[in-house]
Every structure is written in structure tokens, then in C-alpha cells.
Design a protein around this ligand. Structure first.
Ligand SMILES: Cc1cc2nc3c(=O)[nH]c(=O)nc-3n(C[C@H](O)[C@H](O)[C@H](O)COP(=O)(O)OP(=O)(O)OC[C@H]3O[C@@H](n4cnc5c(N)ncnc54)[C@H](O)[C@@H]3O)c2cc1C
Length: 581
């Protein structure tokens, strides 16, 4: 049956052996007292919470779902108790500033925590998941009064938050938002409008909720340059109910324990966060944090799907497997077709973890490195990597969950084995927080092309340099980098005469970038594991075998992505629709 075992050994491998993060922490005053042992204890405790408290609520929450009645949402059984345990354990405050009651631990440990939470119960993790983004947003852009009133309860997890962007006519295109904010004499605003698809818009986990709402001031310019950000609580400071209603929840494909709400703001009282008409910039503090979190959901689903598929493949006996020992029927894990699926999963999952934790470590450096240039560079790199992580890891999350279902055969298609829930739950991550198409355009058009490819080129330099000289797969990694570099230059040249080109090939460009990072991650892993593997260490031997599988079987996918990128130079036919005769 479906179960969650936290991949602690693999997490430590990435944090300690591959990325050497304890040395990085030692160089930053904020984390100077954190050592590898303490970090291990944090991960062990987080794993205990995820496996013992949260995972048991996952399947039941999927069956039961949320209920809405008279404007109030009830979460599935067990969610409230799990949330109480989460707060009592101090988990909301893990990576928040100690000055506002946080524990001041690195973002990378928070990333590992959220990977575990999403794997144990994605739907539940949606409620707590928005907390950190709201903290970032208020911490950076809130007025002293708003910080004073709201930061503490958010950091302690007493109040949860939402991100209210989407409206029925305005999804990817936030410039179309219509919700209005009228200034009041006392400095507050009255918000009027309807938001849809708001995760955790109402629920019974906390008494109060802090809605962060994008809206327009009366004299605001059209488009995204006319959006301002407001904080509107469910319960006002005087204890009365604000004019914010939950008008219903969606019936949906997956994450059924997460309430996806229609929210009506009917003259609700709010206060501005950040400058007028600069709401999107303030919201980006929240959205970037949320995007990394969504990337971790993709990783979490892929990892959990892989582990469950592997366990099943070791137990399920079918037919004679070529080359397998003992009498048939053999466990399906011996069939080459299944081995290919399982090994490809392992390669993409573990490289995805390297990518995600490295990006989280960059966020730590961007915030806490002592050298200003280092902080600026780390910030630039994290910004470039965020769309790659979000789209590449969530595409993989859904694709690898679907491949896991294939390993289960017909048993995977029926509810009781749990993998079909994983397929359904993982699908949304490709859509929310900016669809994966929007992420690809963000990467190529807004980030890579914005400076003629300079920052991306520097990123590729760093990727190439990260594989140590004697590494067995160094040449393969260098070749992958130089192919992407050539393709990027050719693309930027061709785009000068064909402005639509980047929009046609952005998805392939992002996929190619993700695959280069996968090759790099495994070249580094092989360099770290080669010596202990040669000495007979089974864990490290498995890493070397996976590295070889990456080079032989997954690296060729880069060729396909680059060929597709090239194919995108051809004009794209218009899609015509015909009335039936
Ligand atoms: C379960 C769930 C939870 C959600 N939670 C929240 C939340 O908490 N807060 C919130 O504000 N929103 C939330 N959303 C909304 C989500 O962020 C939007 O659904 C998403 O941004 C896409 O908007 P849309 O659905 O209107 O699709 P559209 O924008 O209509 O897009 C439809 C398709 O067209 C493509 N497309 C659109 N524009 C472009 C373009 N310029 N270039 C290329 N392709 C394009 C998209 O990629 C997509 O494939 C949630 C949605 C769901 C389903």
C-alpha cells in the first residue's frame, strides 16, 4: 500500500556531501552556530512529523475533501490536529527572522521540510505553505504598524494567509484585474471585487486569516502597472468580522483537502502593503517563495511515486525476466522495461533535489552572505533558476507519477493503491503560481534575453566549473553546457529577425536548461561517490550507477530538447477552427 518514507539519507547526501552547505553556513553570521548534526536533528524531527502525523491524513482527506456551508469551510478529519502539532512543533517559524520570533534556520532546511510535507500530504501543505510567502512579503514591504500587528501571529502559525490574485477573467494576465480599492479618511481602504481559485480562502485551522489582495486604486493606470497590494484580515483588529466572504469551494481533480475558494470582497477593510501601483513588486516576494515551494511539490510527488513504485516492483511477480536469476515468475523490477522507468525516475528525482536545495542555498546566500557582491550574484542566480525549478520539477512530478502508475499496472489505476491520487494531486503544480508556459517565457524573454544572455552565460560558467577536474563524467557535463550555450546564442541571434521565435520555443529552452542541470548534478554526484563506491559502499555505488544511467539514457533527452528548439525556427501554423458542415 501507499506509504511515505522520508528520504533522509538522500537529503543529507545533497546538503552535506554534494553541496557542502555546513561550510557555507559557517561563513554566514546568521547560521554560524548551525552545524551538520543540528541540521540532521531538524530533518529527523521534520520526517517524524511528516510520516507519523501528516501522512496518515492523506488518503482519507482525498476521499472526504473539504465541505462548505454558509460561508465556512471545514477541512477533512485530522487536518486540524495535524496543524496544531505543526504549530506546537515550531515548524512555521523555521526559517523566519529571530527578531520577529522565528528560528532563523536556513531556507534550505525549510525546503527539505516542505518537500516532506508535500510528499506526505500535498493538500494539507497548501495551508501552511502560503505562510512563509506572506511573512516574506510583509517583512520586506509592510508598514511598521502592519508588521507589528500581523507578523508575529503569522510567524507563530496562529493565523494563516492567502494570496488573492486570480479573477474569473484574469488568470495569467494579471493586468486585467478589476478588484477596486477606495481610500478612506483613516488611511485604510475598502476593497470590492471577486477573486476565484483562492487556496485556503477559508478554513477551520486558524481563527483568523490574513488575505493579501491585489486591487486597483481609483486613479490607477491600466495593466499590471496599476496594481496595488492590500492586507485584509478575516477578523478585524476590533474583533469584528471583515466584509470578506467565502462564496463557495471548487470540486476538483486533486488536492481535495485543500479548499479552493471563491472570495467576495464587499467593501472589506484593508491596508496597503508597499507603494501605490507597485503591488506586483511587493507580491513577487510572496510569489517567488511560493514558486520554489511549488517546485518542491513536484519533487515530492516524483520522489514518493518512485519509492512506492520501486517497493511494488520488488514484490510483484510476473513472467520470466531476461537474465534474472531463480525460477520465474520474477519480480517485475527485473524486467528491463521497468528498470528503465525506475532508473529514469531516480535520476530525475535526485537531480531535482540537488537543483532545489542549491537554489534554496542561493536564497540563503542572497539574504545573509557577508559580501555585497556575493549577495547580489546569489540573488541574480536564484531569480534565473526559479522558473526553471518551478516548471521542470513540476513537469517531472506529474510525468514521473504517471510512470509510477504504469509500474503498478491495472492496480495503479484503481483507487486503493494510492498512486492515482499522486497523479491527480501532482497535476495542479504545473498550473498554479504561473503556468509552466508562463515560467518558460519568464526565463527566456524576461530574464535570459533581457541582458543579451550575459547572466545566463555566467550561470553556465558556474555550472561547468562546479564539476571537479578528475570527475569521470566531466567531459559529458561540459559538452552538455556548451551545446546549450551554442543553442542559446543561435536563438538570441535568430530572435532579432523573428520576434515570435522565443515565445514558440521557450518551453524547449527551459527543458534543455533543466536537463543540463540534471547532467551536471550527476557528474558532481559521481565525483563525490566514486571513492566510497570503489571501497564497497553500497549507497555510493548506487549513486555511481545512477550517474552512469543519467549519462547513457537521460542525457540524450537534451539532444531531443535542442532539436525541438531548432525546429521551432519554422513558422508555426495558425490553429484554424471550422464550423461543422
Ligand atoms: C487548485 C488551484 C489553486 C489555486 N490557488 C490560487 C491562489 O491561492 N491564489 C490565486 O490568486 N490563484 C490561484 N489559482 C489560480 C491559478 O494561479 C491560475 O489558474 C493560473 O494562474 C492560470 O490562470 P487561468 O486558470 O485563468 O488560465 P489562463 O490564464 O486562461 O491560461 C490558459 C492557458 O493559456 C496559456 N496562456 C495564457 N497566457 C499565455 C501567454 N501569455 N503565453 C503563453 N501561454 C499562455 C496558459 O499557460 C494556459 O495553458 C489556483 C488555481 C487552482 C486550479
Amino acid at each position: 500500500m501507499w506509504q511515505y518514507d522520508a528520504p533522509l539519507r538522500d537529503m543529507r547526501y545533497v546538503i552535506e556531501d554534494l553541496l557542502g552547505l555546513p561550510a557555507q553556513w559557517a561563513a554566514m553570521p546568521r547560521f554560524a552556530e548551525l552545524d551538520a548534526d543540528t541540521a540532521r536533528q531538524v530533518l529527523d524531527e521534520a520526517a517524524r512529523f511528516a510520516t507519523e502525523v501528516l501522512a496518515p491524513t492523506n488518503a482519507a482527506g482525498d476521499t472526504e475533501g473539504c465541505t462548505w456551508r454558509d460561508g465556512e469551510v471545514r477541512t477533512p478529519r485530522g487536518y486540524r490536529e495535524a496543524y496544531r502539532a505543526f504549530v506546537d512543533g515550531g515548524w512555521p517559524a523555521l526559517a523566519c527572522d529571530p527578531e520577529v520570533g522565528g528560528q532563523g534556520l536556513p531556507a534550505v532546511l525549510n525546503a527539505a521540510l516542505y518537500e516532506m510535507l508535500a510528499a506526505a500530504n500535498h493538500a494539507w501543505s497548501m495551508y501552511s505553505g502560503l505562510l512563509h510567502g506572506a511573512y516574506e512579503c510583509l517583512h520586506r514591504h509592510g508598514s511598521p504598524e502592519l508588521k507589528e500587528r500581523y507578523l508575529g501571529p503569522i510567524v507563530r502559525g496562529e493565523w494563516l494567509s492567502t494570496m488573492c490574485l486570480t479573477e474569473a477573467h484574469s488568470g495569467s494576465d494579471l493586468g486585467l484585474l478589476k478588484t477596486r480599492a477606495e481610500p478612506q479618511a483613516d488611511g485604510s481602504y475598502r476593497l470590492r471585487g471577486t477573486k476565484i481559485f483562492i487556496s485556503g480562502g477559508d478554513h477551520d485551522l486558524t481563527d483568523n486569516l490574513v488575505h493579501l489582495v491585489l486591487a486597483r486604486l481609483p486613479d490607477a493606470p491600466a495593466g499590471t502597472k496599476g496594481l496595488s497590494l492590500f492586507l485584509a484580515p478575516k477578523i478585524l483588529p476590533d474583533g469584528t468580522r471583515n466584509a470578506v466572504r467565502c462564496d463557495g469551494i471548487e470540486k476538483k481533480m486533486g488536492i481535495k483537502g485543500s479548499a479552493t475558494c471563491v472570495m467576495g470582497f464587499d467593501g472589506a477593510t484593508g491596508w496597503r502593503v508597499g507603494e501605490p501601483n507597485r503591488g506586483l513588486a511587493a507580491m513577487f516576494a510572496m510569489m517567488n517563495s511560493a514558486r520554489v515551494q511549488v517546485a518542491l511539490q513536484g519533487l515530492a510527488h516524483a520522489d514518493n511515486a518512485h519509492r512506492n513504485a520501486l517497493r511494488y516492483a520488488c514484490e510483484r511477480l510476473q513472467s520470466l525476466a531476461p537474465g534474472a536469476e531463480g525460477a520465474a515468475p520474477h519480480a517485475i523490477v527485473h524486467h528491463p522495461a521497468m528498470r528503465r522507468i525506475l532508473m529514469r525516475q531516480r535520476v530525475l528525482v535526485e537531480a531535482g533535489r540537488v537543483m532545489a536545495y542549491e537554489a534554496a542555498a542561493l536564497i540563503d546566500r542572497a539574504d545573509h552572505a557577508t559580501d555585497a557582491d556575493d549577495r547580489r550574484l546569489a540573488h541574480e542566480r536564484a531569480a534565473l533558476l526559479t522558473p526553471v525549478l518551478k516548471a521542470f520539477l513540476t513537469d517531472n512530478g506529474f510525468a514521473l507519477a504517471s510512470e509510477a502508475l504504469q509500474v503498478f499496472g491495472g492496480h495503479g489505476y484503481v483507487h486503493e493503491w494510492g498512486v492515482e491520487q499522486c497523479v491527480r494531486d501532482s497535476r495542479i503544480a504545473m498550473i498554479y503560481e504561473g503556468t509552466n508556459e508562463i515560467q518558460a517565457i519568464d526565463l527566456l524573454v524576461r530574464k535570459v534575453m533581457a541582458d543579451g544572455g550575459a547572466a545566463f552565460d555566467a550561470l553556465l560558467d558556474a555550472v561547468e566549473a562546479s564539476v571537479p577536474a578528475p570527475a569521470r563524467h566531466r567531459a559529458a557535463a561540459a559538452d552538455a553546457v556548451s551545446r546549450l550555450r551554442r543553442a542559446t546564442r543561435a536563438l538570441l541571434d535568430a530572435a532579432r529577425g523573428d520576434p515570435e521565435l522565443p515565445y514558440r520555443v521557450a518551453g524547449e529552452f527551459l527543458r534543455a536548461t533543466g536537463l543540463v542541470l540534471v547532467v551536471q548534478a550527476w557528474a558532481r554526484a559521481e565525483a563525490v561517490s566514486a571513492a566510497p563506491a570503489a571501497a564497497g559502499d553500497a549507497f555510493h555505488l548506487a549513486k555511481c550507477e545512477a550517474a552512469r544511467h543519467c549519462m547513457d539514457y537521460v542525457r540524450p533527452e537534451l539532444g531531443l530538447a535542442l532539436a525541438m528548439l531548432d525546429a521551432g525556427r519554422a513558422p508555426l501554423a495558425p490553429v484554424r477552427s471550422f464550423e461543422p458542415a
